[in-house]
Design a protein around this ligand. Sequence first.
Ligand code: CP
Length: 308
Amino acid sequence: MAELKSKDVLGLEHMSADEIQLILDTADSMREIIDRPIKQVPTLRGRNVLSLFYESSTRTKISFDLACRYLSAGAVSVAKSGSSLDKGESLRDTVRNVEVMGPELVIMRHPSGGAPHYLAQNVTSSVINAGDGYHEHPTQGLLDMMSVRRRTGTLEGLKVTIVGDLFHSRVARSDIWGFQKMGSEVVVSAPSTLIPPDIEEMGCRVEPRVEDALKDADVVCVLRLQLERQKQSFFPSVREYHALYGINARRLGLARPGALLMHPGPMNRGVEITTDIADGPQSIILDQVPNGVAVRMALLYLLLGGGE
Ligand code: CP
């Protein structure tokens, strides 16, 4: 039987196409549970999950909580505010205390890249990375692939265009690794100051003009301008960013007819995306969210041995 190779899900860079396929297939089954009137199954009854969210979150946090509830796992959550991190406790000491309390699976969102990896090396529990710094957001990458695959039937041969703040985006890194492993071509576009220097080493193509990047795209993934992470100015003004890179109906029209429009949320409406297309017929933004619950249910199931 196919299975995940690691006890942890820390990123998509080192995950195989077979593992991604297994997760997406399992998530499709989980989506059927979410669509039922009674959404709870006893699969993980008696199993315990701990969530450590040291950065704010709406979608990821709620969807992990719902995933636990729908699979009947016990869930305990800790946020930075209200935890002993506020008193200066180190990540190492937090980790040692977590380990002795014995949760079988730990979910971590952290502002520092690599923090969930450190946790995974120091606990016997499984660890899921719920977003670490600018590094990776693997569950978002998986739900993005699931959302596209459910519409197109395949990821093979698609052109996926990612536009926006690539420099600060962990979503972009997971999407780039994931979609390419599943046979899609990934093209990116942003002001040069918002493109990480190593991006072409990841195998994707950079198009400086957004119009060139969008031409004949099957999927347009718009990234949030992460103004809260920008201590220096990466472009002259938000207005100029919108004029040159904002995705609107005219620019979306350069993609293939019926191209799918995605955004991981939260959106800056009127900055990186206009409201008419965010809420328009090509948008699958609100379908990404329940697919996120399904992907997280699939990972809990696969990592906690729900099939045994
Ligand atoms: N997409 C995403 O990670 O959203 P949240 O920050 O609300 O979890």
